[in-house]
Design a protein around this ligand. Structure first.
Ligand code: TXA
Ligand code: MG
Length: 370
C-alpha cells in the first residue's frame, strides 16, 4: 500500500476520548460486538482491545497497530469465578490441561490465587478455539486478568479481549488516554479514559520452558515474589524459542523516535555523546547543579522520574517522560538506569535497554487499516 493510501486509511476514524461513563462503556461493548477495536485503560498500560475469539477483530488489532503477525497477543479476562482456576479456563476453551504437569498446574493455580486480578500474564497451552492470530501460531496463549476497574467493567459486559499495548508497533507504550490518542488518532474511534496507569510498565509475563516456570518479561512482580507465591522455582527465560517469531522479546520495543543512550546510575552523565545537538536527560532524581548547568549550556533539558527516589514512581512516570522528552526540543536522549538489579529496577532497566536498541526494520509486516 502506498504512503498516501495508507495515510487516507489511517485517517478514516474520528477518534474520541471518553471518560468511563455507563454510556461510553456501552458504546465500547457495542463496537467490540461488531468486531471493532477500542482502547481501554489497565493498571499497567493502555490496551487496544478486540474480541479474542473473533479472528477478524484480532486482525483489526494487528492492522491498527501495524504489528507483525508473529508477535502474539495477551487475552484479558473478566474477574469471574471460572477464570480463577485452570479447570475453569479450560472449560472456557482458552487453555488445555493434558500436557501440563501436575506440579506446574499447582504452581500456576497459586500464582492465579496470589496475583489475579493484577499485573501477571501466564502463558499456557492453548485451546484450539483461540484464533492462530492471537497466539502467533504458537502452541500457547497468554492470559491476564487486569485489575483496573475500567477494564473490568468492559470485560464483565463483553467477552475475553485480546489486547496489546495501545501504541503503534515498536513504539513507547501509552500510560494515559492522551498518549493513546497521539499513537492511534485516526485509526480507532473510541479511547476509554481511565486516568493515568498506576503501574506504568507492562505486566510480568510467566511461561514454561522445558516444563519449568520462566520469566518471559519482567514487570512489577519480580522473581522472588513470584517464586514465593508459586512455591516453585522460577528462572529468567534463556534463549526463548519464540524469540525470533516472537514476543516483546524483540530488542527494539518501546523505541522513541530520537537516538537514546543509557548509562548507569552513579556514572558521569555521558554528555559528550556521539550524537550532536541538544541532549534530553531522563534521570531518576533531580540532577546535580553542575549537570543542570552543562545541559543548559548545550541547550538541553532534563526530566526526573522520581523526586523521592521510589522506583514505583519511576515506573509510573517512565513512558510518559520518555514520550515527552522525545517530542521536546532536543536532538538525542540520555537515560539513567536504576542501580537495582531486582524487582522494578530490573523491569525499568529492561524497558530502557529495549528503548535504546536499534529500531526494527519495519518493512514487510506493516499491514495498514483497510
Ligand atoms: O500489561 C500488559 O501486559 C499490557 C496491557 C494492555 O494488558 N499488554 C501488553 O501487550 O503489554 P503486548 O502485546 O504489548 O505484549 C504482550 C507480550 C509480548 O511480549 C508477547 O510476545 C508476549 O506477551 N506473549 C504473548 N503471547 C505469548 C506466547 N504465547 N508465548 C510467549 N510470549 C507471549
Ligand atoms: Mg507492547
Amino acid at each position: 500500500m502506498s504512503e498516501s493510501t495508507s495515510q487516507q486509511a489511517a485517517d478514516a476514524f474520528n477518534t474520541r476520548i471518553e471518560a468511563l461513563s455507563p454510556q461510553a462503556l456501552q458504546e465500547a461493548v457495542d463496537l467490540l460486538r461488531t468486531g471493532e477495536v477500542v482502547a481501554m485503560p489497565t493498571e499497567t498500560v493502555y490496551g487496544l482491545a478486540g474480541h479474542a475469539f473473533d479472528a477478524a477483530a484480532v486482525a483489526r488489532i494487528f492492522a491498527v497497530k501495524a504489528r507483525p503477525h508473529f508477535d502474539p497477543l495477551i487475552v484479558h479476562l473478566a474477574d469471574q469465578p471460572q477464570h480463577h482456576s485452570l479447570q475453569g479456563l479450560a472449560a472456557a476453551e482458552l487453555i488445555v490441561l493434558q500436557d501440563l504437569p501436575a506440579n506446574i498446574q499447582a504452581a500456576c493455580e497459586r500464582l492465579i490465587k496470589a496475583f489475579w486480578p493484577g499485573p501477571l500474564t501466564l502463558v499456557l497451552p492453548r485451546h484450539a478455539r483461540v484464533p492462530d492470530l492471537v497466539t502467533g501460531d504458537l502452541p500457547t496463549v497468554a492470559l491476564r486478568m487486569p485489575a483496573h476497574a475500567g477494564a473490568q467493567a468492559l470485560l464483565q459486559q463483553s467477552f475475553p479481549l485480546a489486547a496489546p499495548s495501545a501504541n503503534r508497533f515498536g513504539r513507547i507504550s501509552p500510560t494515559t488516554a492522551q498518549a493513546v490518542y497521539e499513537e492511534l488518532r485516526g485509526r480507532i474511534s473510541l479511547i476509554l479514559d481511565g486516568g493515568p496507569c498506576a503501574i506504568g510498565l507492562e505486566s510480568t509475563v510467566v511461561g514454561l520452558e522445558d516444563e519449568q516456570l520462566v520469566l518471559l518479561r519482567p514487570g512489577l512482580l519480580d522473581l522472588d515474589t513470584l517464586q514465593q507465591a508459586a512455591q516453585s522455582p522460577l528462572r529468567p527465560a534463556t534463549q526463548h524459542p519464540a524469540e525470533l517469531r516472537a514476543p516483546g522479546m524483540l530488542k527494539s520495543h518501546y523505541a522513541p523516535g530520537k537516538p537514546l543512550q543509557v548509562f548507569e546510575s552513579g556514572q558521569t552523565v555521558p554528555l559528550q555523546s556521539t550524537a550532536a545537538g541538544r541532549p534530553g536527560l531522563l534521570c531518576l532524581q533531580t540532577p546535580p547543579a553542575e549537570v543542570q548547568a552543562q545541559l543548559a549550556a548545550r541547550g538541553g533539558q532534563w526530566r526526573a522520574l522520581s523526586p523521592d527516589g521510589s522506583l514505583h514512581l519511576a515506573a509510573q512516570a517512565l513512558f510518559a517522560h520518555l514520550r515527552a522528552l522525545d517530542s521536546a526540543a532536543v536532538d538525542y536522549l540520555l537515560a539513567e538506569l536504576p542501580a537495582s538489579d531486582q524487582g522494578l529496577g530490573y523491569a525499568i532497566r529492561d524497558r530502557l535497554h529495549k528503548a535504546a536498541a536499534p529500531v526494527i526494520q519495519n518493512e514487510p509486516f506493516f499491514a495498514l487499516p483497510e
